[in-house]
Design a protein around this ligand. Structure first.
Ligand SMILES: O=C(O)[C@@H](CO)OP(=O)(O)O
Length: 232
């Protein structure tokens, strides 16, 4: 009888962290280390209860930023697993505009804002990371994770921009421009990487499921410029 091939697939439950005050105020957050607000903590608690059912999960990974670690904590406690952090899973770096709303960027850095609206892959906010650099970092991080965890099931807590890059890569879209998928705080997404050598070959299994967040306040939403206004 032929020996069965080893399972090289890595299954990831991908989570965007819970809400922060800056998310609600539509401020560019990037690498700024902003904690969860009360809604974010409640989202993380509910997420933890939902993830308690994912007993097949062997490891929990997280961005090293506080909002991601705080979101991972209740799930880690439910599943009795440690949280392993990595700076490679951080949000896109927005340089000097971190902490600003779009109207503030527009008045303090008008050229950078105009360029932002051109949606070029090689554009960065002043001193920040371009979409292309960010994409390269995220695909490398996914490749390392998949190589280290072949045949395993993981929870990975990260950021909106990271999920956006995953969606664009899986769907073959440009790396810049208005987001074309829902990326709610503390939403549940499931992806699969079949081969660690090809981490950009991503299968999306489930996306943006928020049934565990029912009855919580509506989330801040972005228009096509991402941070211009609350649509609610
Ligand atoms: O940096 C930000 O403002 C947002 C963009 O999506 O990311 P995060 O998911 O960390 O709130």
């Amino acid at each position: 009888m032929p020996t069965p091939k080893p399972d090289t697939t890595t299954d990831l439950i991908l989570i965007r962290h819970g809400e922060t005050a800056w998310n609600r105020e539509l401020r560019f957050q990037g690498h700024a280390d902003v904690p969860l607000n009360d809604i974010g903590h409640e989202q993380a608690r509910r997420l933890g209860l939902r993830l308690a059912g994912e007993t097949v999960v062997q490891h929990i990974l997280s961005s090293d930023l506080m909002r991601a670690q705080q979101t991972a904590a209740p799930a880690a406690s439910q599943l009795s697993l440690p949280v392993v952090t990595s700076a490679g899973l951080r949000e896109q770096f927005f340089g000097v505009v971190e902490g600003m709303r779009s109207d503030e960027i527009q008045s303090l850095h008008p050229r950078a804002w105009e360029e932002w609206l051109e949606f070029r892959e090689d554009h960065a906010m002043p001193e920040g990371e371009t979409a292309r650099e960010f994409h390269t970092r995220i695909i490398a991080a996914l490749g390392s994770i998949a190589a280290a965890h072949k045949g395993q099931h993981l929870i990975v807590v990260t950021h909106g921009g990271v999920l956006d890059m995953v969606w664009r890569t899986a769907r073959g879209l440009s790396l810049s421009g208005p987001r074309q998928s829902d990326i709610p705080n503390a939403g549940f997404n499931r992806i699969r990487i079949a081969d660690a050598a090809r981490p950009d070959d991503i299968e999306i299994v489930e996306w943006a499921d928020t049934r565990h967040l029912a009855d919580l306040p509506p989330q801040p939403t972005y228009d096509q410029t991402r941070h211009l206004k609350n649509k609610d």
